[in-house]
Design a protein around this ligand. Structure first.
Ligand SMILES: O=C(O)C(=O)C[C@]1(C(=O)O)C=C[C@@H](O)C=C1
Length: 352
């Protein structure tokens, strides 16, 4: 398998990293950005000529234009995939430009550079099978599975409807909060805001074309936004009309929790919560192991020592301080991190 990445923006670059991790060779073409020499193609023709898989990772608004150009060089034994955040319009462009001549599949990887940098797993990809190329879906599935992704199949319309009510609305709300100055230089924030602030950061750091694409290129986004605005206006009106009642219906006087009477449900509930926290800890350990593997690779390239006792000592000091600030016993937390570092070094030895 050899992959051509056409468009080496934030997503194209992130995909290149994933391919490299999986040991799959690729060539990239993008006249507008710096591409590492070992992967750079000098023309779109050179990028695609030896490729078995061609990934078109350009802004959705440029898709048709780029496909028209690419079409001169594509052959029927290749597989073309777009990776746009919306699917109805890119699939229309693929149908009109490539049609039945070259196999293609519309795809939407539900991850980006940030989730990859944070080693989030599992990675999900939506595939939109099309009747012109029934066999291409299986090939696209195999391609993304090799990169460690879980696959969801959807129609382009089904995909865009879901995205209009999730991706587009989340970005819409976050953009509104950014423009209204929410969360800038606040001295403290509640947990409810902290979870949203990640989206706000995403919107702030976003390549502008992503926001525009998920709003303008999704045929259902406008209606979803209007619907949300209407709902918000209603909530606002209700709050004005009944300032003390909305959202706080009168509650019956508090009965003593059953847990205090039997002693059992509270323990059960607490144990369920402990299980949940431990599951998150295991998930975090898995992400940490991924990052350690990446650090190992970077060190190998830079000729730096593996393992690194100086870095480990500095890390342990910092973690002792974090523990103390959080009211935990520094010796205990240090012991946990010593175990994590042992585990990390072992994982680096096994998987590096
Ligand atoms: O930071 C590094 O250099 C890593 O390789 C990562 C890591 C870690 O797990 O945090 C692993 C081994 C090193 O001895 C120090 C740190």
């Amino acid at each position: 398998m050899t992959v051509a990445i056409v468009g080496f923006g934030r997503f194209g670059r992130a995909l290149g990293g994933l391919l490299e991790e999986a040991g799959i060779p690729y060539r990239a073409w993008d006249p507008g950005v710096d591409i590492p020499e070992s992967h750079r193609a000098r023309s779109v023709r050179e990028a695609v000529q030896d490729a078995t898989h061609v990934v078109v990772a350009v802004p959705v608004a440029l898709m048709r234009h780029v496909l028209l150009d690419l079409n001169h060089y594509l052959r029927p034994e290749q597989l073309v995939m777009d990776v746009g955040s919306v699917k109805v319009r890119p699939v229309q462009a693929l149908t009109e430009v490539l049609g039945a001549r070259v196999p293609w599949v519309g795809t939407h990887p539900l991850f980006g550079p940030l989730s990859l940098a944070m080693a989030e797993r599992p990675l999900h990809v939506v595939l939109c099978p099309n009747p012109l190329h029934p066999e291409a879906t299986a090939q696209a599935r195999a391609f993304f599975e090799q990169l460690g992704c879980d696959i969801i199949e959807q129609t382009p319309e089904g995909h865009d409807r879901v995205m209009a009510h999730t991706h587009a609305l989340t970005f819409f709300v976050a953009k509104g909060m950014v423009d209204a100055g929410s969360g800038v230089d606040v001295p403290f924030a509640p947990a409810s805001f902290r979870s949203l602030s990640r989206t706000i950061q995403l919107v702030r750091s976003d390549a502008g074309h992503l926001f525009s694409a998920i709003q303008h290129e999704n045929p259902f986004a406008r209606e979803a936004r209007a619907h949300l605005l209407e709902a918000l206006r209603n909530v606002h009106r209700e709050l004005d009309a009944q300032p003390t009642e909305v959202g706080f219906p009168e509650e019956p006087p508090l009965a003593p929790p059953a847990a205090l009477e039997t002693g059992l449900p509270e323990l059960q509930e607490t144990r369920a919560l402990i299980d949940q926290v431990d599951r998150e800890l295991v998930e975090l350990l898995a992400r940490r192991a991924e990052l350690a593997k990446r650090a190992l690779k970077a060190k190998a390239q830079a000729g730096q020592p593996v393992p690194d006792p100086a870095r480990e000592e500095a890390m342990l000091t910092a973690r002792r301080e974090w523990a103390a600030a959080r009211g935990l016993e520094p010796d205990g937390v240090e012991a946990i991190f010593r175990a994590i570092l042992r585990f990390s070094r072992r994982a680096q030895q096994n998987r590096g």
